[in-house]
Every structure is written in C-alpha cells, then in structure tokens.
Write a protein that binds this ligand. Sequence first.
Ligand code: SF4
Ligand code: SF4
Length: 313
Amino acid sequence: MKIPAKEIKDTALRVGFDACGIAPATEMPLFASRLAQWLGDGCHGSMHYMEQYQSMRADPRQLVPGARSVVSLLLGYRPSRLMQGSVKIAMYAYGEDYHRRIKRMLYQLIAELQHSHPDFSAKPCVDTVPISDKLWAWQAGLGWIGKNTLLVNPLLGSLCNIAELVTDAEVDAYDSPMANRCGECRLCVDACPNHALVADSSNGTGESQSVAPQRSRLVAMRCTSYQTVENRAEQLPEGQQGRGYAFGCDICQLACPYNREAAVRMDISAEQMQSLQSLVAADEASFRRLTRTLALSRITFAQWRRNLRHAAE
Ligand code: SF4
Ligand code: SF4
C-alpha cells in the first residue's frame, strides 16, 4: 500500500501533533553499536530495560515485520507559565501525562487514516516500545540530536515529546535527516551542574547518514532527571546538585537558545499550577490524588519526599 506523505502529515497536524516526518524503516547498525557502547560503559545506571531489544531499537522491522515506514510525530510542551518557588518540577510533567494524551492521539490518527485507507495498519509507539524516538525523529527530518542529547526541532526546541507509528505502508516521498545546528554552542553542556553531558569522542564525521550526528552523551547516573525519577534508593547520591528540582530537571534545556525561542504549546491554568505547588506539602493521599493523571504518578510518595528533602538541601 502506498499513501501520499502529505495526507499522513496533514492528518497528524489535524489530530493535534505539532510536527510529522516520515523515514523509511531500515536498519541503523552504527546507532546499534553506539548504543551498545553507551550501555557497556554503564551510562544507563539501573535502567536495565535499555539492555533489552537492542537490535530492535535500531531496526523497526524487527518490531513490525514487513515495516516500510516510520511516521515520527512531535508534540511540544513549552508551558504557558512556570512553577515559582524553591521547589521545581520539570516542565514536561506539568500537564496530563504525555503517554496518556499521545496514545489517544495516535489511535485517532490511525482511525482517521483508515477512513480513506481501510487496510492501513500501524503500531503506535510512545515510550513503552523499544524504538529510539530521537533517532527516528532525526531520520524523519524533524530536528537534530543536540549536545543536550535530545532531539532539537527548529520551532519547538527540545521541549517536545516524540512518538511514532511504524507501518508496512509506503509513502510517495520520504524525509531526509536534518543537519546539526548546534555549531560551536555548548551552553547545555556547561550549564549542567553535575557534568552529566560528556563530549563523546566516538562521534566522528562520516557517520551522518547512518547514525545521528550526536556530539555528546548523557551519563544517566549523574543526571538529576534520572536520580529523581528512576533511582528508588532511600537517599540520592552525595554531591548530586538538584538545584531545587524534585522531579526531573530542566537546567540544560533552559540554557538552550532554541528553547528560549520555542513556541508555547502547553496551556497551564492558574488552578493547575496551584495544584502542582500544593504537592510540596501534600500528604500521601493528596499526592496520589493530585498526581493520578500526571507523569509524577511514576514515582512513589517515598521517592517524592526524598526528592523534596534533597531539593531543599
Ligand atoms: S537534566 Fe539536569 S542534571 Fe541532567 S544533564 Fe540536564 S542539566 Fe544535567
Ligand atoms: S544549548 Fe547549544 S549545544 Fe546545547 S542543544 Fe542547544 S544549541 Fe545545541
């Protein structure tokens, strides 16, 4: 089956995504070897799930046999207002958990495409599927992998969530990877108080057609985002500089010029902000109730209290 790329992109925007690009589903062996090196160096900390399905992350045809295309989709999340006060939560977590919202949108996109193409089928992917989101977003021409190790889109910056449809349908025109626009900038690398972004000596030239031209890598164990969300220990490591962040961390993203110019894409009401602020003093029952639909529901109340203690240090 062949579908016009424009039809998929127009439908994706109508459903509410901010950007859509389409890449041919192929194997990315250099990406696989770089992932293996990152894992081999232990940069993923306790995220052992990253060790599974390594070859599948670099080849969507292993995920969906017969896959021909990866439809990559972005949803920006720069919020309309920022949390005030000494305790902070990463911006992506302000509104409804993006997994829930994006899943609905992906199913709507599939349903709308099936109206005109009844045989269309696709696997919706939003984080719970072993596929490298930023790799395919780069391949689909939606941005480049910045030195903050995230996809940077010219209009949304790195303040965007990424999702995919992997499908056996072909399109009439595929997108090409976008050139890296970080240039000599290293504001994000220098802004990180934990030196979690490290220049990657394996990022050479000549790789650009096979692997994202990434120029640094994240040492997850040093990163506040990893520590406050993934680490379940009673204490956070000594010396971890949280700078007030109790869930996630935006420091390197706030340093990026592309994020300062990014479009506001998430409307946060005064009531929503008040609810977020009230989490600082919430008991366990209130925490569970207030975070039921938020990404914060990923952590336990004990983790939240631990993070608050750390944020106050
Ligand atoms: S999220 Fe925070 S700790 Fe992690 S790399 Fe960025 S600035 Fe450093
Ligand atoms: S801060 Fe500079 S180096 Fe880092 S991602 Fe943004 S443009 Fe690239």
